[in-house]
Ligand binder design. Structure first.
Ligand SMILES: [Zn+2]
Length: 553
């Protein structure tokens, strides 16, 4: 037997499912795990050059995989006018003022990260920007990327005024006389596409690499990029950034890219999507970056009342309106597209937030199953804010994976002030019903939707288990029956996400022969009380046997 390069011992090992094993040692040689054996057996693998890591009680886990994240826009946001740390409206405006002062020559002030719950009705106004930048154009994405905030100069340069109609898939906030007020929702954001400058390819690339560093420091060794397209946030072409990273050898993580489905186009996009996927396979690069997934937006978001609901939204007095949100794609067409994508061996990653959107996505998967029989699509539905009870059991029936953003499953202002008052009575009980899904044997994957919210898996796992923000005394959102146990939440973020990434044959588990993509967590969250899980930190992150992050280093 040859000696190992690295040996981990002295701490529990979470192998990707179940509860941690005690008394195991893990040996790594080259890029792979070569042994996962009782500690007594590992001595023979330790040679003169073996790096011996005493975990001192910390937990060794497979690296986390984020099943829904937008690294490029997150990284660009960190490198431009970044409002994600702003604590309220005044702070956001101060941040814009500071950025404008420090960058007197940028033609457009671009960036994002503002929070809807900092502004009345979730809609910041242009005059707030004008008051600090004067006549300079400003265009800032909201934290959830479903709205943008523009200055008066930006409106003028884009030719937007009181005569500009709302597009079919979006909404313009207006003043009493019809003049746009400064916030643009969903498809209305596209009104700026021609006028606003694109982010340079170099800045976007720097953003991707910056984001990769941030994710690795959080123990994330792979992810599914939920937006491989062009346009959003001024980034011209996300795919080309990954291809450049492959070329330059800078992509360390394993990435599955979800190609963006243009909802104004139809099935004619499928051959090109298949070609892009196959190109990477033919070049043998798909083990680092693959494009076998297609992202379809079924609906919008609840905060701006564009999530597709079965029951109507209510107005501020509690009366039903005639708005049930938006289905971005006609359900009949959706069935056809999903059937064809499934037949082409492409995975569908649905954005499905409202209960009607969830139903439409499940209907489409049933149609695909009826037409194509069993496939290895591993289709998944992300977000899942509201699910009708009768649809819960349908996930397992069509092998649809619940891709959860667990950080959102708690009482906070965005939910309590901008969403729940406008949903039907009793809607709270149907928010993010993860417990119901678990009891119906649904497969889980987990992700962050960063920069919409924090990318830290530990924070999300804490909420999945508690459904209460650390330190708060609220009741768990939807009741204790919607809490997940820690094993389920950890499995979702490791082996579950590896499954949707079609990487469970070599990642997501600690097993002999698997890639040594690992994270060391301290303290071991399994030994903490549920209310303290959030105190766990990443000690180190390993990709293919190499130490890529070490705390304090
Ligand atoms: Zn997203």
């Amino acid at each position: 037997m040859s000696f190992a390069d690295t040996v981990f011992f002295g701490g529990p090992v979470f192998t990707g499912t179940g509860t941690p094993h005690h008394g195991l040692a893990v040996a790594v040689t080259g890029t792979r795990i070569t042994a996962c054996v009782p500690e007594a057996e590992v001595a023979a693998m330790i040679g003169e050059h073996t790096r011996v890591i005493d975990l001192q009680g910390a937990l060794l886990s497979p690296g986390f995989q984020d099943a829904h994240v937008h690294p490029t826009s997150a990284g660009v946001e960190l490198l431009t006018c970044n409002l994600s740390e702003a604590t309220d409206a005044a702070d956001a405006v101060r941040t814009v003022a500071k950025y404008a002062d420090e960058n007197p020559d940028v033609p457009w002030i671009l960036g994002g990260g503002w929070s809807m719950d900092h502004f009345p009705g979730g809609a910041p106004t242009r005059d707030l920007l004008d008051s600090v930048v004067g006549d300079r154009p400003v265009l800032l994405l909201s934290r959830d990327h479903h709205s943008s905030w523009a200055s008066t100069a930006a409106l003028r340069l884009a030719g937007i005024d009181s005569n500009t109609p709302d597009p079919g898939d979006g909404r313009i906030e207006r003043e009493a006389d019809g003049t746009p007020a400064g916030t643009f929702h969903e498809g209305a954001m596209d009104l700026f596409n021609e006028a606003s400058p694109i982010i340079s390819d170099d800045l976007a690339y720097a953003g991707l690499l910056r984001a990769q560093g941030e994710l690795i420091a959080l123990g994330i060794t792979g992810w599914q990029d939920a937006y491989i397209g062009g346009g959003i946030g001024g980034v011209r072409d996300v795919r080309s950034l990954y291809l450049r990273a492959l070329e330059e050898g800078t992509l360390r993580a394993h990435v599955t890219g979800a190609q963006w489905w243009e909802r104004t186009a139809g099935r004619e996009q499928i051959p090109e999507m298949t070609r892009r996927r196959d190109e990477l396979i033919e070049r043998g690069q798909d083990s680092r970056f693959s494009l076998g997934t297609v992202k379809i937006m079924v609906d919008g978001v609840a905060e701006n009342h564009t999530a597709a609901m079965v029951a109507p939204y209510r107005d501020e007095h509690g009366h039903d309106t005639d708005n049930r949100g938006l289905s971005f794609i006609d359900p009949e067409r959706l069935n056809e597209y999903v059937t064809e994508l499934d037949a082409a061996g492409l995975q569908v990653h649905f954005h499905a937030l409202g209960d009607r959107a969830v139903r439409e996505a499940l209907d489409a998967l049933e149609a695909a199953h009826a037409a194509n029989g069993e496939t290895d699509g591993r289709h998944h539905l992300a977000h899942l804010q509201v699910i009708e009870e009768s649809d819960i059991a349908r996930f397992a029936a069509v092998n649809a994976v619940a891709n959860i953003q667990a950080l959102w499953a708690c009482h906070e202002d965005q939910l309590d002030e901008l969403t729940l008052p406008f949903l039907q009575e009793g809607a709270e009980a149907r928010q993010y019903p993860f417990g119901d899904l678990a009891r119906s044997n649904t497969r889980f994957a987990a992700g962050s939707d960063w920069p919409v919210s924090s990318a830290n898996p530990i924070e999300a796992i804490h909420i999945a288990v508690n459904r209460v923000v650390p330190g708060e005394t609220d009741a768990p959102l939807g009741g204790e029956q919607q809490q997940l146990d820690l094993d389920t939440a950890m499995a979702a973020y490791t082996s579950g996400s590896a499954y949707v990434n079609h990487r469970d044959h070599d990642t997501g588990y600690i097993r002999e022969g698997y890639l040594a993509n690992l994270v060391v967590l301290n303290p071991n969250p399994f030994e903490l009380s549920a209310a303290d899980i959030y105190t766990t930190e990443v000690n180190s992150t390993w990709i293919e046997g190499e130490s890529v992050y070490s705390r304090g280093a």
